[in-house]
Ligand binder design. Structure first.
Ligand code: SF4
Length: 246
């Protein structure tokens, strides 16, 4: 994929979703950090269900420590790996209080030093809580980047480095969310919905599903817009209302 196509790809994703954000619900960097730690190998829907209750009683490091590991488990026991996550969250709350005045640090090294926080989680927090142009490569971004030819790589880190090189600066801050949403709802793992994909004609994937975009376009000059609208509708239907951290 050349640079002109990459620009057009993001221009279209922005057109259908001008203000993308995470599907995790949060009201502060600490809530976001907790939600992202909980979301490893779990769905955002499942995490939101748990955190809606949890954040009512513990939405600061102090309150989480007061709740204690066993108390915390009661709120997150529906989420996979909850025992390990509870341990990590309690330790994280302790470190935040001891070393960072109870605040989430805006610093990659300090974030990655927290239990349960790896590069991907640090990238999500830096991007979503602090507005930094980082790109966290999860399973969806890894797949979409490789399939489309946007940024090929055999590991998440290789794809992240390539994306940081090739994503035009104007799209870098939101690239992470556009690609995740595209992978989650359109370019799905098992069967990508190529027939309704707004970037079909830009994508290098050899095994596209459905009617070729060009044929559909020839049949009706309005088809391209209709397809854009359909994907936009799909995304807005599936994305819940976001709580935003100010
Ligand atoms: S055309 Fe298909 S493979 Fe390519 S990005 Fe769209 S859904 Fe994914």
């Amino acid at each position: 994929m050349n640079q002109q196509k990459r620009h057009e790809l993001f221009r279209r994703l922005r057109e259908i979703n001008p203000n993308p954000t995470t599907e995790l619900e949060y009201n502060s960097p600490f809530e976001l950090l907790v939600a992202v730690i909980l979301s490893a190998q779990a769905t955002d829907v499942g995490v939101n269900k748990a955190t809606r209750r949890l954040f009512k009683v513990a939405n600061t490091p102090e309150k989480l420590l007061a709740l204690g590991e066993e108390g915390l488990k009661e709120y997150i026991k529906t989420i996979g790996l909850f025992n390990t996550k509870a341990k990590n969250l309690i330790k994280t709350a302790q470190i935040l209080l001891e070393k960072h005045n109870g605040e989430v640090p805006q610093d990659r090294e300090a974030l990655e030093a927290l239990p349960g926080v790896g590069r991907k989680t640090a990238n999500v927090v830096l991007n979503t809580a602090f507005g930094e142009p980082t790109i966290a490569v999860d399973t969806h971004i890894f797949r979409v980047s490789n399939r489309t030819g946007l940024a090929k790589g055999s590991t998440p880190l290789a794809v992240e480095k390539k994306l940081l090189q090739v994503v035009p600066p104007e799209f870098r801050k939101d690239a992470h969310h556009w690609l995740i949403l595209h992978g989650r709802y359109v370019c799905k793992a098992r069967t990508p919905n190529c027939a309704e994909c707004v970037i079909r004609d830009l994508c290098d994937y050899k095994d596209k599903t459905g009617q070729p975009f060009t044929t559909a376009t020839k049949r009706s000059s309005g088809k391209k817009n209709a397809t854009h609208k359909k994907e936009a509708r799909t995304l807005s239907r599936k994305q819940p209302r976001q709580k935003k951290h100010q």
